[in-house]
Ligand binder design. Structure first.
Ligand code: SAH
Length: 218
């Protein structure tokens, strides 16, 4: 089902997200600079998720806008950002725009074909994987050794063990957006924050439906 924010162009889509108060001005500026047509195979300006193969989807524009707006206080110029389950690569391009050349953006994706797809989509947008952003092919439930991030986006529904493992990479002052799958199968987005002293807090946001953060074999 397409949400109310669908547009006939990238610009119109982003304007509709702003009008619906789903995207801040700064997030909207970055979303305007990245054309979804390079990342969504069909109807790129429809406000709906779309299949990109391997049972993965590019999330709906309103979810991208909400996630980016929630993380925005930690997405200043120079910030270090991680996107777990980067799929189409769309968010990597927007995040690179937000944190600028002094920032760093890392995507992790466990399906090799989707790593290739993300790299190709990013190139069409003029973003070079390996230079502007890093696309790592691997299991995003495992912490990347020695890496810490100011902002972490998780694009697939995680269980509590994965949430805990990924959150170990959150820097003091950092924020994490993660859909969490409860034992009853329901999913809710949580915002995790690590304070300056290192303590972790979390707040439940809205109910959602994401692809699972899981084993490749599944
Ligand atoms: N933000 C992406 C969402 C893609 S869907 C976009 O909008 O394009 C979620 C992605 O998570 C899928 O590509 C899926 O392959 C990936 N994924 C699922 N489990 C994973 C895991 N354990 N490690 C890394 N990626 C995973």
């Amino acid at each position: 089902m397409a949400w109310q924010c669908s547009g006939s162009s990238n610009d119109e889509l982003v304007s509709n997200l702003v009008a619906a108060e789903l995207a801040s001005d700064r997030v909207a500026g970055a979303m305007r600079a990245v054309d979804r047509a390079y990342f969504a195979p069909r109807q790129p300006y429809a406000d709906a998720p779309q299949l990109i193969g391997y049972e993965a989807t590019i999330s709906a524009p309103h979810m991208h806008a909400l996630a980016l707006s929630q993380l925005e206080p930690s997405l200043g110029a120079g910030a270090r950002v991680l996107d777990v389950g980067c799929g189409s690569g769309y968010l990597l391009a927007v995040l690179a725009r937000l944190v600028g050349p002094t920032g760093s953006v890392v995507g992790v994706e466990h399906i090799p074909e989707l790593c290739t797809l993300a790299t190709r989509n990013l190139a069409r947008q003029g973003v070079a994987a390996g230079t502007d952003v890093d696309v790592i092919c691997g299991d995003g439930r495992q912490p990347l050794p020695g890496r810490v991030f100011d902002a972490i986006h998780v694009g697939a529904a995680a269980d509590e063990a994965a949430v805990a493992a990924v959150a170990t990479m959150l820097a003091p002052g950092g924020r994490m957006f993660v859909p969490v799958r409860a034992a009853d199968g329901e999913q809710y987005v949580y915002e995790l924050r690590r304070d300056a002293a290192g303590a972790l807090t979390r707040e439940r946001k809205m109910g959602v439906r994401y692809v699972l953060l899981t084993d490749r074999s599944e």
